[in-house]
Write a protein that binds this ligand. Structure first.
Ligand code: UDP
Ligand code: MG
Length: 347
């Protein structure tokens, strides 16, 4: 069996050597073969050089380099497309995930699961800006998607590569793969993993990401449950609102008839009506735009990232995916300055 370990890297110079050492220690002497794919997501520090040296020294290391910062999700997407193992394990480059958990994840997978999702049970991040919003968001996602996990955001997960086939990730969506997988009938299980404080470098995220994740949650539901019947969502909400509108109208009419009261005194009511309407319409338009972005990228087989180099490829890229994309990569940037709809996710 071959295991592909994917590591998105954005300015992690102090962590890389340590991480590689820990990883190789874990990987050596295992009954399975390993491939370490580092995806350099446009780092501006010494990470690219360190990775280059690593790829030259260690034949199991492969380095994909992005032309700029496209975000962690794009990095993971690139990793999925280039991985050649039967099992794919993404993890963070900042040493917060523990490589020693990898054999445990694999053992769990062997028990007959398709996805083993890491759960940072004792999470070593700031409480107010990271852990607390994350707890709320995780609860909400569990309820909303019906897939009961405690920690969607943990990068360390193990997937059978068959589960990942055809996945196209946008926004912050890598965390929702277990949801998609469950909806498609995969067996998903959660496992507590070690989480360590970040010793070097800075976290690339703050509170803002929680909001992005919540919005992505809407998209996931639309695409997952309603992708073939959008009218159930749009129509359902439409009928609900029309019904509420009718109800309010009846109320107002009764007020006029019974106590001869016009609603002219409630100007704020108009504002709130307007704001709610605009809000709902914008969300709906956003969902439609999400669909269109997918058509835009997928109809042309346009990747959401741009590769600058691929050091030490182990096998030729599969014909349908990255190979064609590399054509795009060379020819399109001049014609089209916006090769991706999702630029830097760093905020
Ligand atoms: N990362 C990335 N591109 C980005 C931001 C982050 O590849 O635009 C990588 C980063 O180098 C790390 C992982 O994604 O390996 C997780 O990032 P971070 O540790 O900042 O997130 P946190 O653990 O704070 O949620
Ligand atoms: Mg981290």
């Amino acid at each position: 069996m071959k295991v592909s370990i994917l590591i998105p890297v954005f300015n992690e110079e102090e962590n890389l050597a340590l991480l590689a050492k820990e990883l190789l220690q874990v990987v050596n002497g295992q009954p399975w073969q390993a491939e370490l794919i580092f995806i350099d997501d446009g780092s501006t520090d010494r990470s690219p050089q360190i990775l280059q040296e690593l790829a030259q020294k260690e034949e199991r290391c492969r380095v994909l380099t992005f032309s700029r910062n496209f975000g962690q999700t794009a990095a993971m997407q690139a990793g999925f497309e280039h991985a050649t193992g039967e099992v794919v394990i993404p993890m963070d480059a900042d040493l917060q995930n523990d490589p020693a958990d990898i054999p445990r994840l694999l053992a769990k997978l062997e028990e007959g699961y398709d996805v083993v999702s890491g759960w940072r049970k004792v999470r070593q991040d700031k409480w107010l800006s990271r852990r607390f919003p994350s707890i709320l968001a995780n609860r909400l996602i569990s309820w909303w998607t019906g897939v009961k996990l405690h920690d969607y955001g943990c990068t360390l997960k193990a997937y059978r590569s068959s589960v990942l086939k055809g996945t196209r990730l946008y926004g912050e969506m890598h965390r929702f793969i277990p949801v998609y997988a469950t909806w498609r009938g995969a067996r998903v299980v959660e496992m507590a993993v070690n989480h360590r404080p970040r010793r070097y470098g800075k976290s690339k995220y703050g509170l803002g990401r929680t909001f992005k994740v919540l919005l992505d949650m809407l998209t996931v539901k639309l695409l997952g449950s309603y992708s073939t019947k959008p009218i159930y969502l749009f129509g359902g909400l439409g009928v609900l609102f029309a019904f509420l509108g009718l109800l309010t109208f009846t109320g107002v009419a009764l007020e006029k008839i019974l106590i001869d009261q016009w609603p002219h005194k409630m100007t704020m009511l108009l504002f709130s009506t307007l704001l709610c309407t605009v809000g709902v319409l914008l969300i709906m338009m956003g969902l439609l735009a999400e669909l269109m972005v997918r058509i835009y990228h997928e109809a042309q087989n346009k990747p959401i990232y741009l590769l600058q180099s691929d050091l030490h490829p182990t096998t030729p890229s599969p014909p349908s995916g990255p190979a064609q994309q590399e054509d795009n990569e060379v020819t399109q940037p001049e014609l089209d300055p916006t090769p991706t709809a999702q630029s830097g996710q760093g905020g």
